[in-house]
Write a protein that binds this ligand. Structure first.
Ligand code: NDP
Ligand code: GDR
Length: 373
C-alpha cells in the first residue's frame, strides 16, 4: 500500500525538501499551500504534477493553519498515514511585530490539526510530527542543550512553539497518539528564506560582489548558532515517524559558530578578504583585498556591512548549541553536510542568481532587488 503524507508548510524551505524526500520514497504526498496574490510555489515548482493527471503522487490543497474547517476537510479527504506540521510564521523577529498572529498559527494551529485528527477518529492510525525549535531553550539553562534541558523561550514565536510542543506531548499521553517533536536547531540551505541571517548574508554579499548592492545592514553579529543543512534535517523528521514508539529528539550538529564567522566564510567564498572595524553599533566590515573574478563589484576600502540596531531583537537568544546524541544513538542519524560546506553551497547558488541579474542590468533590464529584512 502506498503511504500518504500530508505536509503543512510545503511551500517553505523544509516542506520542499521533505516533499522531494517522501516522493523519492514512493509516498503519495499532499501539501497545504496558502492562497497568495502571487505564485508562492517557487520551491516546489520542480516537483509540481498536473492535477489533471490521474494518480498524481504530489497534490496541493489550499489551506491555512488558522482555519479549522479547512484543516478538518483536508484531513478527512486525505486520511494521511503521516502528518508533518511544518507550517508556521517562522521568523523570530517578525513574531515581536505580529505576536497574536504568530500564536494563532504556530500554537493554536498545531492544536487545530491534532484535534481534527482526533475528531475524525484518525488518532490511532495517523502519525504526527511537530516542527519544534531550539528557540524553546532561549535563555539557555544548560550547554549543550539536550531533550531534558529546561525551556526558557524569549520571543512570541518561541512561546507559541512551546505551546505546540506541549500540546503534542499531551495528545500523545492523553490519547495514545503517535505524536512527536523534533527539536530542531537552525538549519539552512540555498532555499532558506531571504530574511534569515545566513541567506541574508550569502545573498547580500553575492549581490554586492556583482555590483547590485553596496552594503548590507545586520543586527547582532555576535549571536552564535548550531547550523545544519535542511536536507539532513528532513531525513530525521521522517525517521522520527518510523519508530516503534513516539519520542522527542534534538536535531543538531553539536558545533557552533557566530554570525560574524558566517559573514567571513561567505566573503572568503567570493574571494573577498574582510576586516571588522569599530565597535558596537559603529562596527563595519571593510574589504581588505579582492582575489579572483567573483567580486568585480567591490574594491579594497569598501564598507560592505554595517550594524543597524533595527535588527536587534527586544529579547535576544545569544547562543544555542545542541547535543544530538540521542538521535545519533537511537535513530542512527548523522548530519552529512557541515556549516562551512553549506555556506559555500549557498554562496554558489546566490552568486549564480546575482550574475544573471548583473547581466540583465548590463543590458538595461535591471530587476528591482529587495534588500529589506
Ligand atoms: P519557512 O518559513 O521556510 O516555511 C514556513 C511555511 O509555513 C511556508 O510554507 C509558509 O507558507 C507556511 N505558513 C506560514 N503561515 C501559515 C499559515 N497561517 N497556514 C499555513 N501555512 C503557513 O520555514 P522552514 O521551512 O525553515 O521551517 C519549517 C518549520 O520548522 C517551521 O514550523 C519552523 O518554525 C520550524 N523550525 C525551523 C527551523 C529552521 O532553522 N529552519 C528550526 C526549528 C524549527 P508561505 O510559503 O505561503 O509563506
Ligand atoms: P533564528 O534565525 O532567530 O535563530 O530563528 P535567524 O537567522 O533569523 O537569526 C539568527 C541569529 O542571527 C542574528 N542576526 C540576524 N538575524 C536576522 N534574521 N537578520 C539580521 O540582520 C541579523 N543580524 C544578526 C539574530 O539576532 C539571531 O541571533 C531560526 C528560524 O528558522 C526559526 O523558525 C527556528 O525555530 C530557529 O531558527 C531555530
Amino acid at each position: 500500500m502506498t503511504k500518504k503524507a500530508l505536509i503543512t508548510g510545503v511551500t517553505g524551505q523544509d516542506g520542499s525538501y521533505l516533499a522531494e524526500f517522501l516522493l523519492e520514497k514512493g509516498y503519495e504526498v499532499h501539501g497545504i499551500k496558502r492562497r497568495a496574490s502571487l505564485f508562492n510555489t517557487d520551491r516546489i515548482d520542480h516537483i509540481y504534477q498536473d492535477p489533471h493527471v490521474r494518480h498524481a503522487s504530489f497534490r496541493l490543497h489550499y489551506g491555512d493553519l488558522t482555519d479549522t474547517s479547512n484543516l478538518t476537510r483536508i484531513l478527512a479527504e486525505v486520511k494521511p498515514d503521516e502528518v508533518y506540521n511544518l507550517g508556521a510564521q517562522s521568523h523570530v523577529a517578525v513574531s515581536f511585530e505580529a505576536p497574536e498572529y504568530t500564536a494563532d498559527v504556530d500554537a493554536i494551529g498545531t492544536l487545530r490539526l491534532l484535534e481534527a485528527i482526533r475528531f475524525l477518529g484518525l488518532e490511532k492510525t495517523t502519525r504526527f510530527y511537530q516542527a519544534s525549535s531550539s528557540e524553546l531553550y532561549g535563555l539557555v539553562q544548560e550547554t549543550p542543550q539536550r531533550e531534558s534541558t529546561p525551556f526558557h523561550p524569549r520571543s512570541p514565536y518561541a512561546v507559541a512553539k512551546l505551546y505546540a510542543y506541549w500540546i503534542t506531548v499531551n495528545y500523545r499521553e492523553a490519547y495514545g497518539m503517535y505524536a512527536c517533536n523534533g527539536i530542531l536547531f537552525n538549519h539552512e540551505s540555498p532555499r532558506r528564506g531571504e530574511t534569515f541571517v545566513t541567506r541574508k548574508i550569502t545573498r547580500g554579499l553575492a549581490n554586492i560582489a556583482q555590483g547590485l548592492e553596496t552594503c548590507i545592514y545586520m543586527g547582532n553579529i555576535d549571536a552564535r548558532r548550531d547550523w545544519g543543512h535542511a536536507k539532513d534535517y528532513v531525513r530525521m523528521q521522517w525517521l522520527m515517524l518510523q519508530q516503534d514508539a513516539p519520542e522527542d529528539f534534538v536535531i543538531a550538529t553539536g558545533e557552533q559558530h557566530s554570525v560574524r564567522e558566517f559573514i567571513s566564510w561567505a566573503a572568503e567564498d567570493l574571494g573577498i578578504s574582510l576586516a571588522f572595524r569599530g565597535e558596537g553599533t559603529d562596527e563595519v566590515a571593510v574589504v581588505e583585498a579582492v582575489t579572483g573574478g567573483d567580486a568585480p563589484g567591490v574594491r579594497p576600502g569598501d564598507v560592505i556591512m554595517r550594524i543597524d540596531p533595527r535588527y536587534f531583537r527586544p529579547a535576544e537568544v545569544d547562543t544555542l548549541l545542541g547535543d544530538p546524541s540521542k538521535a545519533k544513538q537511537k535513530l542512527r542519524w548523522e548530519p552529512e553536510i557541515t556549516a562551512r560546506q553549506m555556506c559555500a553551497e549557498m554562496v554558489a547558488e546566490d552568486l549564480k542568481t546575482a550574475r544573471r541579474h548583473a547581466l540583465l542590468k548590463e543590458h538595461g533590464y535591471a530587476l528591482p532587488i529587495s534588500t529589506e529584512g
